[in-house]
Design a protein around this ligand. Structure first.
Ligand code: PGA
Length: 250
């Protein structure tokens, strides 16, 4: 459906001093991949990451941004700052940011709109907790998350957005959603997008799965028709594992 994109989400791992060599290692290991390869790094690692990615196929992303252009927001980073550094992607609304940093569907939407305005590609995260899955409200919740994230986004801009479906119970737990569970929700997300826009727009949007995707389970997940890539946490910190995943995305 959408273009295959495999994005690493380093989270709060790796030092700036380790970044240049590691991105070079990723570039070497993932050479020849037929998908887009992205490393999303902590802010302080972005400069060496961009430097290392120069002249390679690897794209660099941030893990967050602020939705205002500039001003008195101590500790925050704007879209212009990221663009100025050569950043192309930005993760928005990761469940860890929703849980620990008061990210809401409203701030997610503001960040999506700002990222698009500045030419950054948003990777918008959605996903249910175990409690919500067991209560049978997974699709209700995800429908709301998607509708709110895409509010006031034109069809032309919607096609630029990457959606990452990440069931919270599968993140960092080693408990991956089954291929069928992941496909079911990713397919349902595409239907919500089709209802907001049209089939062609929905089909053009990359929908990733994330949550303990690794070298061992990626092939089955990525073979599903509605899974166009992955947002990879733990396995993105080892270039060989990450390369197996990028190799399976074709
Ligand atoms: P994980 O993280 O691959 O370590 O489960 C995925 C994510 O949170 O993006």
């Amino acid at each position: 459906m959408g273009k295959y994109i495999i994005a690493g989400n380093w989270k709060m791992n790796k030092l700036p001093s380790e970044t240049y060599d590691f991105v070079k290692e990723v570039a070497e290991a993932t050479k020849g991949a037929s998908c887009e390869v992205v490393c999303c790094t902590p802010y302080v690692c972005l400069a060496p990451a961009v430097e290392a990615a120069k002249g390679t196929h690897v794209k660099i992303g941030a893990e967050n941004l602020h939705f205002e252009d500039k001003g008195a927001f101590t500790g925050e980073v704007s879209a212009d700052m990221l663009v100025d550094m050569g950043i192309q992607y930005v993760i928005i609304g990761h469940s860890e940011r929703r849980e620990y940093f008061a990210e809401t569907d409203e701030t997610v939407n503001k960040k999506v709109i700002k990222a698009l305005e500045k030419g950054l590609i948003p990777i918008v995260c959605c996903g249910e907790s175990l409690e919500q899955r067991e209560a049978g409200i997974t699709m209700d919740l995800i429908t709301i998350q998607i509708k709110k994230a895409f509010a006031n986004v034109s069809a032309a801009d919607a096609k630029k957005i990457v959606v990452a479906y990440e069931p919270i119970w599968a993140i960092g737990t080693g408990k991956t959603a089954t291929d069928e569970q992941a496909e079911e929700v990713c397919g349902a997300i595409r239907k919500v997008l089709a209802s907001l826009y049209d089939n062609a727009t929905a089909n053009a949007i990359t929908i990733q799965y994330g949550g303990s995707m690794n070298a061992g389970n990626c092939a089955g997940l990525l073979a599903k028709p509605n899974i166009d890539g992955g947002l990879i946490g733990g396995a993105s910190l080892k270039s060989a594992d990450f390369a197996v995943i990028t190799g399976a995305a074709k």
